[in-house]
Design a protein around this ligand. Sequence first.
Ligand SMILES: [Zn+2]
Length: 270
Amino acid sequence: MLQRSTYGEVVLFRLARGFLGRGVYFTASYLVDGLVVDTGCRHTLAEFAAATEGVGIHTVINTHSHEDHIAGNALLQRRDGARILAHELALPVLADPRGTLRMALYEHLAWGMPEPSIGQPIPEEVCTSRHRFRVLRTPGHSVDHLCLYEPEEGWLFTGDLFIGGRDRALREDGEVWRIIASLEMVAGLEVRRLFPGSGSVRENPLPELRAKIVYLRELGERVLTLSRAGQPPQVIRKTIFGREHPLAFFSGGSFSGLHLVRSFLNGEEH
Ligand SMILES: [Zn+2]
């Protein structure tokens, strides 16, 4: 399933595997001035290939190396000769997804395994003919996470750093204090339009970004307070969130409220 929409110069492709006529776990790819930010998942590759045919994509940037952001890389490299730019820690994953990605069953079902592609370390700035993008290192959701900022337009491409709503769970490899620090960094920029990895584009996103930071900081305080009172992580999770997140079951425990609690306890507070 592919949904195309435009935001000024920026084209959004929302991509998801169709199930009973509905998309399951949308992921986003953005196209602007011959540059593509993230390339979707394996199950939507054929639709993504058709939608980008003849555009002449010269550059791909991956915000990070998760399987729902890199699967069109090989196609664009082969078909359009696009260069692929990513964080240096993402490059081994791009080159060998099968050997490096630890995907849960639901991730195989929703997104599928990407083809290998050859990336280059991303510089601090990436230019297209009309735009100059600043590359921001924003670890937390993953160690290799980047955001892209276009200061003239006030555009911020956030990958999976920013997901709306109130987080009640975290990936096993997520680091919540680093997510908060990265959110604080981007919330200090002049952002007029935010393009997240989910495809739910936000106008005037700073109030929502700041609210997210406040929510996570308050959540961290509650976790630490309960921990100082002697509660173990499982009890803290239950006290704060009640029932475990539904994906905790489908992910085999790799995405859960317990990981979020543990991340607050294990991580270094910033
Ligand atoms: Zn991700």
